[in-house]
Design a binder for this molecule. Structure first.
Ligand SMILES: Cc1cc2nc3c(=O)[nH]c(=O)nc-3n(C[C@H](O)[C@H](O)[C@H](O)COP(=O)(O)OP(=O)(O)OC[C@H]3O[C@@H](n4cnc5c(N)ncnc54)[C@H](O)[C@@H]3O)c2cc1C
Length: 378
C-alpha cells in the first residue's frame, strides 16, 4: 500500500483520486502546473451520458455506467461536506432529427441502449414542443431519454477542492512536474522546479499533457489533445429544460441548460495541438447549430466563449491503473469526451488500486499497453 501518494494534475481526475485516497486515510499530495481545475475539467459541458457509450458497449459501457451510478451519492456527499452544490440534475435529453438520415442514426442508438435495458420514447414535433416550447418547428421527431444527467464541472471541482483543503491534503498549484525520480524498477517521486518530492506511489493524471510525461519514462502512449470550442448563452431560467443533441458527425451540436438560465453550446472536436483558442469557423458552427434547434437563441446574449483540450487516447478509452514494468507508478488519463462522467469511478478505482484492494472493475481493458478497442467518442 502506498502511504504517501503523489498525484500529478489537479483536474477532476487528480482531485477525485485525492478525495478517494483521503477517505481511505492515505496521505495525498496534488501538484498542478497551473491553477487547479482550469483546463478540460473547467471547460467541459458535464453532461453524463450513456447514449454514446452504448454504441461502444462492453467494458467501456460498464465503466461509464458504474460512474453514472456513483454520481448521486458522490455529489450529495461533496455538497454536504463542502457547502458547494455541484448541481447534479436529472435533466433528461432529446435527440433531435431534422431528416431521415438523422432519424435512422437515432434509431441505431436506441437499439444499442435497449441492449443495456434503457428505453426512451419517440416524440412527435407537437409532443416535443409541449415539453420544450422554444424548439424549432422544423424538428421531424425527437427521442427522449430520461436518464441523461448533467453536473456543473467547475462547481464539482470547487466542491472537491474544499473537501481536500478541509482534509489537509497538500495542494500545490503553479508547480509543474518536470521529471520522475526512479530507483531500479521503482518510481519513488517527482522533480519540480521547487525541488524533489518523494512518495510511495505516483499517479499521472495530467490530462492532455500526459504525453510528455510518458516520454520521460520511455512509454509509448498515444495521448494527444483534442480541442473543443464552446459558446455560453445567457437566457432566462427555464428557457430550455432538457439537454438537446442534434446533427451528425461534424455538424454535431449539443445544448446544456443550467439552472440559472445559462445555455452551454458545444462543441467542436479538433485535432489542433495545444492551441487552446476559439476560431471564427468554430464559433459559426456552434452558433448556427444552436440556432437551428432553438431559433430564439440568436437574439440572446453570448456571455462567454472558450476552448478546452480533451485528453485523447489510443481509442477514446482511458488509461487506468498500474504501469507495467514501473513499480509505484499509476496512470489515470485519456478520458477524452467522457472525463466528467468517468471522474467518479476513476477516483474510486485508482484509490482501490493504490490501497492494494481489488478494484471493483477489471482494469485490464484500460491497460496502457492494450491493443486498440472499438473507438469511443462523442
Ligand atoms: C469543450 C469540452 C466539453 C466536454 N464535455 C464533456 C461532457 O459533457 N461530459 C464529459 O463527461 N466530459 C466532457 N469533456 C471531457 C472532460 O472535460 C475531460 O475528459 C476531463 O475533464 C479530463 O479531466 P483531467 O483531470 O484528466 O484533465 P484536465 O482537467 O485537463 O486536468 C489535467 C491537469 O493536469 C495539469 N498538468 C498537466 N501537466 C502537468 C505537469 N507536468 N505537472 C503538473 N500538472 C500538470 C493541468 O494543468 C491540468 O490542470 C469535455 C471536454 C471539453 C474540452
Amino acid at each position: 500500500m502506498g502511504s504517501r501518494v503523489i498525484i500529478i494534475g489537479g483536474g477532476v481526475m487528480g482531485l477525485s483520486i485525492a478525495e478517494n485516497c483521503l477517505r481511505r486515510g492515505m496521505e495525498a499530495v496534488v501538484l498542478d502546473k497551473g491553477p487547479f481545475a482550469r483546463e478540460a475539467s473547467w471547460a467541459g459541458a458535464g453532461y453524463l451520458d450513456l447514449r454514446s457509450a452504448s454504441g461502444v458497449g462492453g467494458a467501456f459501457f460498464a465503466l461509464c455506467k458504474k460512474s453514472y451510478d456513483l454520481y448521486p451519492e458522490w455529489t450529495a456527499r461533496l455538497k454536504k461536506d463542502s457547502g458547494v452544490d455541484p448541481e447534479l440534475l436529472d435533466s433528461g435529453s432529446l435527440d433531435l432529427a431534422f431528416n431521415d438520415e438523422e432519424e435512422t442514426a437515432i434509431h441505431r442508438m436506441e437499439a444499442n441502449l435497449k441492449t443495456f435495458g434503457f428505453s426512451g420514447q419517440w416524440l412527435s414535433p407537437a409532443q416535443a414542443a409541449q415539453i420544450e416550447p422554444s424548439l424549432s418547428p422544423k424538428v421531424k421527431s425527437a427521442f427522449y431519454l430520461k436518464e441523461t444527467r448533467q453536473v456543473r464541472s467547475p462547481r464539482l471541482t470547487r466542491a472537491l477542492l474544499q473537501v481536500l483543503q478541509k482534509g489537509k491534503v497538500q495542494l500545490r498549484e503553479l508547480e509543474p512536474v518536470d521529471d520522475f525520480l526512479i530507483k531500479g524498477r521503482q518510481v519513488i517521486g517527482v522533480r519540480t522546479p521547487k525541488g524533489v518530492l518523494e512518495g510511495d506511489a505516483v499517479v499521472v493524471a495530467s490530462g492532455a499533457w500526459s504525453g510528455s510525461l510518458a516520454e520521460k519514462l520511455d512509454l509509448h502512449l498515444q495521448a494527444k489533445p483534442f480541442r473543443g470550442q464552446v459558446v455560453m448563452f445567457r437566457t432566462k431560467p427555464g428557457t430550455l429544460r432538457h439537454i438537446l443533441f442534434s446533427g451528425l458527425q461534424k455538424a454535431f451540436t449539443y445544448l446544456v441548460p443550467r439552472l440559472d438560465g445559462h445555455i452551454f453550446v458545444g462543441s467542436t472536436l479538433e485535432d489542433a495541438g495545444f492551441e487552446k483558442i476559439t476560431t471564427p469557423e468554430g464559433m459559426e458552427k456552434l452558433k448556427s447549430g444552436a440556432a437551428k434547434v432553438l431559433p430564439g437563441l440568436s437574439q440572446q446574449l453570448i456571455e462567454d466563449t472558450w476552448a478546452g483540450l480533451r485528453p485523447g487516447s489510443l481509442d477514446g478509452w482511458p488509461y487506468l491503473g498500474r504501469v507495467p514494468g514501473k513499480d509505484g507508478l499509476y496512470w489515470a488519463t485519456g478520458h477524452f469526451t467522457h472525463g466528467i462522467l468517468l471522474s467518479a469511478v476513476t477516483g474510486q478505482l485508482l484509490a482501490q488500486a493504490l490501497a492494494g484492494e481489488r478494484p471493483s472493475l477489471d482494469l485490464m481493458p484500460f491497460a496502457l499497453d492494450r491493443s486498440p478497442h472499438a473507438a469511443a467518442g462523442i
